[in-house]
Design a binder for this molecule. Sequence first.
Ligand SMILES: Cc1cc2nc3c(=O)[nH]c(=O)nc-3n(C[C@H](O)[C@H](O)[C@H](O)COP(=O)(O)OP(=O)(O)OC[C@H]3O[C@@H](n4cnc5c(N)ncnc54)[C@H](O)[C@@H]3O)c2cc1C
Length: 411
Amino acid sequence: MTRNSPKILIIGGGFGGLFTALDLNGSGEITLVNAEDHFLFKPMLYEYLSGEVEAWHIAPDCKELLNDKVRFIRGAVTDVDLDARSVTVAGRAEPVSYDVLVVAPGAVTNYAGVPGAEQFALPFRALNDANRLRRRMTEALDHVQPDAAPQDTRSALTFAVVGGGASGVELSTKMADLLRDAVKRRALRGEPRVLIVEMADRLVPGMGEEIRKFVEAALGECRIEVHTETRVVRVTENTITLEHSQQQTELETAAVVWVAGVRVSPLAESLKVEKDRRGLILVERTLQTREYPNVFALGDVAFYPDVVPTLAGTAQLALQESGLCARNVRAFIEGKDLKTKRFVELGEAVSLGTEHAAVLSAGKVIGGPLARQARFAMYTARLPTWHHRLRVGASWFFEGTSPRPLQPLGF
Ligand SMILES: Cc1cc2nc3c(=O)[nH]c(=O)nc-3n(C[C@H](O)[C@H](O)[C@H](O)COP(=O)(O)OP(=O)(O)OC[C@H]3O[C@@H](n4cnc5c(N)ncnc54)[C@H](O)[C@@H]3O)c2cc1C
């Protein structure tokens, strides 16, 4: 690179993009383009749903996190011209040019072509998704008459969570605790009904046996109805149709939440670089794309060679890659040798309802309320910037992290 102050353009302000921008710390003229005005610490979206944390804790404003060495553009990149070295941002007349490009737009919900799923099921990836789901739970509760029979309460409060990975477990246990608490507070008779629907023969297949014990106990305590080897055939505004052993059953639901998988960002689909059959950008061990050495990709859009399957598509991986990416972008600019890295598993932490969690760290598993505290501590340390970590840590320590009950709307 010959330019004195090369232009580095980063697409995506998530775990991959934001942390790369922070790590670059002013090496070059850096621009970060993000579709939202905030970063989102997705692993705590469940706690935001339950009101254990507030939006500012887990979704700080990008501009507040980035210092004046990074220019921030809020907007969605709609096109990338890799040969002209420029990107188009929705709503901006002029393309933004670059010398080095970092591609990190993440993933989107994959509805797998199930009829009605995209239209009627709720995704769970953004703050607004959690807001909508919380509102849907409150509305369903508000519709239950104070003298309703237990079976009517159960029917009005039937929620289906599709996808039996960690997300499905964390979300369903959180929802069940919130709903049960609200039923009690409103002195209703009966119980909510929360289902997990999973195609495979068991939940959280990638999870180790020790931590699984806590997961299974929590599912039992929260009285989650687990439907394995079950396929979703159809979703409508207020029903879900399931198929198990070639038998179809239609259930009335207050909401269906879809956490059954992701697919690569539509932006990556349009990039003319080599990809695997799932559409993931194939990167070298330096995170460079194969065709364009000045284009790097990381996080949920990229396939890095030899990464253990349980790390793929995780914040843990995107975070570790961001350090390598920043270092290699700097080396590329300075004409130095680029490095590679072996990414490691940093442990597992699963939220299990509003009072419990399970944490696997350094080969040891703990569960219960202590693990919930440990999870909060672990995640405080992984939030972006020291300043934000300190503010959030102090807020959780002094103000607490109790859930916010589902109050009647307009309360
Ligand atoms: C509910 C939930 C819980 C999770 N829990 C965990 C967990 O406990 N542990 C774990 O390791 N992983 C977890 N993950 C996965 C983890 O969040 C992702 O793997 C990680 O966020 C990937 O980082 P990324 O930078 O690739 O994408 P993201 O963090 O998703 O960031 C992508 C950013 O790009 C922006 N963007 C998208 N398209 C464009 C565009 N065209 N132009 C501009 N900006 C764009 C998006 O708005 C977003 O800000 C969870 C995911 C979800 C949804």
